[in-house]
Design a binder for this molecule. Structure first.
Ligand SMILES: Cc1cc2nc3c(=O)[nH]c(=O)nc-3n(C[C@H](O)[C@H](O)[C@H](O)COP(=O)(O)OP(=O)(O)OC[C@H]3O[C@@H](n4cnc5c(N)ncnc54)[C@H](O)[C@@H]3O)c2cc1C
Length: 318
């Protein structure tokens, strides 16, 4: 196994510390019981703890009134369904935002208040959630391929996702901090050119680098990848997701909802998971995707904490 970074796991990125009550997952950790069944069985067989997560029932706080209301968001998913059904009948794909506007779904969502939260805010909440799943804002998300069928996460990995990686690599020779920069291939084998200047000949190679690496042309393929592959690599966008973990001495919140959302705000960190409801530990995890994730990634640690605490204030209930 040849790995460019100085650690294995890629976007599975578990951090542990004596001062934290549970493993911190900076990459993937939200799973779906049905679509990730094989993965969950594997984690269970390795003794990695996962916890049920109460899906899309969320406590929505309107930033203006600083009041939190527990509700299940049905307005947002219904509007997205209307928009994608409309888009399916169109001759060309468009962004989810365009389909929400042109189909009239955004307008009808805006007129359907729910549990004291305005319909427009419910749609905003659901779009923020979708961007944490797809890494794309509604203005970038495809109506044909992006929005519908996004999984609802109902299981969280809380016992160290990286155990699965280290177990899989047990006995496998692994070269860290070694980037592959060239791949020549034919029926008789594969030659790998490494960033260190060395070359390696192997019978077969499986390439699992991220799309962005292929788009940047960081690996020179000889011959070029098939035209259909290059077309697909060129056509697909890269998403962005950022995760913020905050640990508190004791809970400042009174809600036992596992998912929180702040609506009606310019702040970016609006989607939160309350791990106290899931694990008993006073830990909150903010997740942000798309344009908001790119903005959050540029904040300093201090700015990030300020932004997070501002977004969480309405949940303190005074
Ligand atoms: C913050 C965040 C949260 C996420 N949350 C979830 C979630 O909750 N649930 C979910 O299902 N998914 C989630 N995802 C997505 C999920 O993590 C990824 O889809 C998945 O881990 C990708 O796995 P992969 O093996 O395809 O790529 P990666 O995990 O990115 O692995 C690719 C590896 O290739 C290495 N590499 C790159 N270039 C080279 C080179 N030239 N030579 C050698 N090695 C190279 C990289 O260093 C990396 O280790 C999240 C992603 C992020 C970033």
């Amino acid at each position: 196994m040849i790995e460019a970074r100085n650690r294995v796991g890629g976007r599975i990125d578990t951090r542990t510390s004596k001062t934290w009550p549970l493993s911190v997952e900076l990459g993937a950790w939200r799973l779906n019981k049905a679509s990730d069944a094989v993965l969950l069985t594997r984690l269970a067989s390795l003794g990695v703890e996962t916890n049920p997560f109460a899906g899309r029932v969320f406590t929505g706080a309107a930033a203006a009134t600083k009041t939190a209301t527990a509700t299940a968001n049905t307005v947002g998913p219904a509007a997205v369904q209307t928009a994608t059904q409309w888009a399916a009948e169109q001759p060309a794909d468009s962004s989810l935002k365009t389909s929400l506007d042109k189909s009239g779904a955004a307008k009808s969502a805006a007129s359907s208040d729910s549990d004291g939260l305005p319909g427009a805010a419910m749609l905003e909440e659901y779009l923020a959630f979708l961007s944490t799943v797809n890494g794309a804002s509604d203005s970038a998300l495809s109506s044909w391929y992006g929005a519908e069928g996004s999984p609802e996460f109902d299981r969280l990995v809380t016992g160290g996702f990286d155990t699965m990686i280290t177990d899989a690599l047990d006995g496998v020779h692994t070269s860290l901090s070694t980037a592959v920069v060239g791949i020549s291939y034919s029926d008789s084998g594969v030659s790998l050119k490494l960033g260190t200047g060395e070359s390696l000949k192997v019978d077969r190679a499986i390439v699992t680098v991220p799309l962005g690496v292929l788009q940047e042309g960081s690996i020179a393929f000889e011959p070029l990848l098939p035209f259909s592959h290059r077309t697909a690599i060129d056509a697909i966008g890269m998403g962005a997701v950022e995760t913020v973990w905050l640990k508190f001495d004791k809970p400042f919140w009174s809600t036992d909802a596992a998912a929180w959302s702040l609506v009606g705000t310019d702040d970016d960190l609006t989607t939160w998971f309350n791990l106290e409801a899931v694990t008993g530990e006073p830990v909150l995890v903010g997740i942000v995707g798309g344009d908001a994730a790119r903005r959050v990634a540029k904040l300093s640690d201090d700015q990030l904490v300020d932004s997070a605490l501002r977004a969480l204030a309405p949940f303190a209930g005074g």
